[in-house]
Design a protein around this ligand. Sequence first.
Ligand SMILES: *Cc1c(COP(=O)(O)O)cnc(C)c1O
Length: 352
Amino acid sequence: MSPDVRTDLDAIPAYVPGATVPGAVKLASNETTAGPLPSVAAAIADAAAGANRYPDITSRALVKRLADFLGVEPENVTAGCGSVALCQQLVQAVCAPGDEVIYGWRSFEAYPIISRIAHAVPVQVPNRADGSLDLDAIADAVTDRTRLIFLCTPNNPTGPAVSRTDLAAFLDRVPARVTVALDEAYYEYVRSSDPVDGVAEAMTRPNVVSLRTFSKAYGLAGLRVGYMVGPAELVTSVSKMVVPFSVSSLAQAAGIACLEAGDELRARTDAVVAERTRVRDALLGMGYEVPESQANFVWLPLGERAAGFNEHCRERLVITRCFAGDGVRISVGDPEENDRLLAAAQEFVTVM
Ligand SMILES: *Cc1c(COP(=O)(O)O)cnc(C)c1O
């Protein structure tokens, strides 16, 4: 007989990572195709030489550098082992067992998992037909038990971003006792006419935090470092939930080096944004429905044909991320990678 464990574990879904297939084009995990910049790789190598020592437990130098970069105080910033860890710390910091966590759906698949891990109750509000978050319905879903709302903007995996105007109207409706987390993992790719700046919101609203990461635009997915910006008291509460030393010294050093190299990384996001437009226009031209994306991926709401499309691409060594019965998310890669995807998508049109 095995020892007793929680009786609710079967209800907690497993996180499904994007597949990695040797030799294939990987467009399944919203990573950057290029590796770290040379200056960042050098900082990682330097830090590796000191790997016998524990990292700074509060990532002080990185937090200081982030605060300068963002124009806030260090007390408003905390670093985490990827922003997904900070999402989890946030649920743990604000929810007691049975409290509700609201988010749009479909959205980041970690939300239901981390909510249940914390014994909180996930409340999923269906997205609108164009893949955007239904902010009115999310505000309507708030109850006395609601403690936390995740707004993923741009929304993973569907792509649309919330506008600043719509966000302001939404935040005005949410009770001040409810924390609103703006998950801005794809912030650096937004090019909309009315963009949200989660850090500015977090500095003016006592119940708003912004979650950002070095994993996506900064290309450090393998190192695991993200950050949260928010009111000092919330930041302190979230910091208390951290697994000690979970942001490694390599990750801290790499994060700092990325901030020093800001302009070069910005140029990379411009290239991805140009490809995002090209890929979406080409797919629309083939007859696919593709919601407007402000991130480094596009979404094909293929419904029952999602698995078939995914398999078709895999056979052609292009790996996409399938949400069976719902849709397929395709990361925007380099031009040649995207051409391979577009060729596969064109072939699929003829067989579907
Ligand atoms: C990728 C992603 C994250 C976090 O990534 P980390 O690697 O943990 O920093 C958070 N939220 C969303 C919506 C994401 O897509």
